[in-house]
Design a binder for this molecule. Structure first.
Ligand code: ADP
Ligand code: MG
Length: 389
């Protein structure tokens, strides 16, 4: 990575303003999954160990103005438990009281600002808000890969007003993802799935030039199959992008591998009747909800040769167990490969966790939208705003 990281700056005795991704799922005031807090710990601990006074900020949910239900207090409490030290909670995002607290913070101490989206200037990247945030610290650290695709006051505006470096999570994400996008070791196989082609056209276009093979599953494959002239009954198909699908297949030639069979159901329901059919034999009134066993075997055979694999998008409606088998089979296959295996996308990441193999692949990205924009070849604004090495 060509951006400076926390290792490249002196943090001793400095007030360090760090943007983390603490956008955790809440049930009332209880955090139901603290993965994102855990993911920020290496950077947090490093800053404390270096003698920095740490001021943390994050958004949480999508409040319109101040909303006590989306306070970061539960995050501060959980962080205090994980660090076994006091974590102070600011009464607001910015303002005189917050500034006084920040200035009084001693080396090794930690405080958390309120939800950055309590300020309407956050998502507008308002320069006044960025200025007030910058006044709180002396060095800015961005470890929030999951929001790096958004140009907000806490991710971009503030970074332009002070020395700005990446945290370890940001660095790890960028190193893995750029390896996959810019410098993959061939054979390079990309697996794409998920509901829609239209969500992923830019991803397909960008990776098509780089990949040796693209395996397509999920609802997305339906649109390609229909573009080839197949009749898919009640399957999810995007008729308005059939032409685009045809053009992509034209460019891809035989790089693009489509399913040969599918699990079909007579209703969009986990208890529906289901059977395996060839993709050219979907009965009237039925719909494709997963890839079939021959397709799994075909994809496995292709994957066996890979040195780099990028996967985005489930192979079927994995939220319903009868239609999760294709997705899980692919997840287990990746787990067994020697290749560098990288998973991006929110649903894909949760599918890999559900399959129980998240620790057996090279990298599961913590940023759904951000990883997709990276696969599209876009420069992430939150990363772009950091200082070059
Ligand atoms: P990611 O979040 O990993 O980028 P997407 O959001 O693009 O993935 O796609 C995930 C969704 O695609 C899931 O909700 C899944 O149910 C849906 N999906 C996969 N296959 C099908 C299918 N054959 N028919 C309808 N929906 C599907
Ligand atoms: Mg998704």
């Amino acid at each position: 990575m060509d951006k400076k990281t926390v290792r490249d700056v002196n943090l001793e005795g400095k007030r360090v303003l760090m943007r983390a991704d603490f956008n955790v799922p809440l049930d009332g005031k209880t955090i139901t999954d603290d993965n994102r807090i855990q993911a920020a710990l290496p950077t947090i601990k490093y800053i404390i160990d270096q003698g920095g006074a740490l001021i943390l900020m994050s958004h949480l949910g999508r409040p319109k103005g101040v909303d006590p239900k989306l306070s970061l207090q539960p995050v501060a409490d959980r962080l205090g438990e994980l660090l076994s030290q006091e974590v102070k909670m600011a009464p607001a995002v910015v303002g005189d009281e917050v500034e006084a607290m920040a200035k009084a913070l001693k080396p090794g101490e930690v405080m958390v600002l309120e939800n950055t989206r309590f300020e309407s200037g956050e998502t507008k990247n308002n320069p006044d808000l960025a200025e007030k945030l910058a006044a709180l610290g002396e060095v800015y650290v961005n470890d929030a890969f999951g929001t790096a695709h958004r140009a907000h006051a806490s991710t971009v505006g503030v970074a332009e007003k002070m020395p700005a470096v990446a945290g370890f999570l940001m660095e790890k994400e960028i190193n893995f993802l750029s390896k996959a996008v810019e410098d993959p070791e061939s054979p390079y196989i990309v697996i794409l799935g998920g509901a829609k082609v239209s969500d992923k056209i830019a991803v397909i276009e960008n990776l098509l030039g780089k990949a040796d093979t693209i395996l397509v599953g999920g609802g997305m494959a339906n649109t390609f199959l229909k573009a080839k002239g197949l009749e898919l009954a009640d399957s999810l198909v995007e008729d308005d992008v059939l032409d685009t699908a045809r053009e992509l297949m034209e460019t891809a030639k035989d790089k693009l591998v489509l399913p040969v069979d599918a699990v079909v159901a007579d209703d969009f329901d986990k208890d529906a009747n289901q059977k395996v059919v060839a993709v050219d034999a979907v009965p009237a009134g039925w719909r494709i909800l997963d890839i079939g066993p021959d397709t799994i075997a075909l994809f496995k055979e292709k994957l066996a040769e890979a040195n780099t694999v990028v996967w985005n998008g489930p192979m079927g409606v994995f939220e319903m167990n009868p239609f999760a088998q294709g997705t899980f089979a692919i997840a287990r296959t990746l787990a067994e490969l020697e290749a560098v295996t990288i998973i991006g996308g929110g649903d894909s990441a949760s599918a890999v966790k559900q399959a129980g193999v998240a620790d057996d692949v090279s990298h599961v990205s913590t940023g759904g939208g951000a990883s997709l924009e990276f696969f599209e070849g876009k420069l992430l604004p939150g990363l772009g705003a950091l200082n070059d090495k």
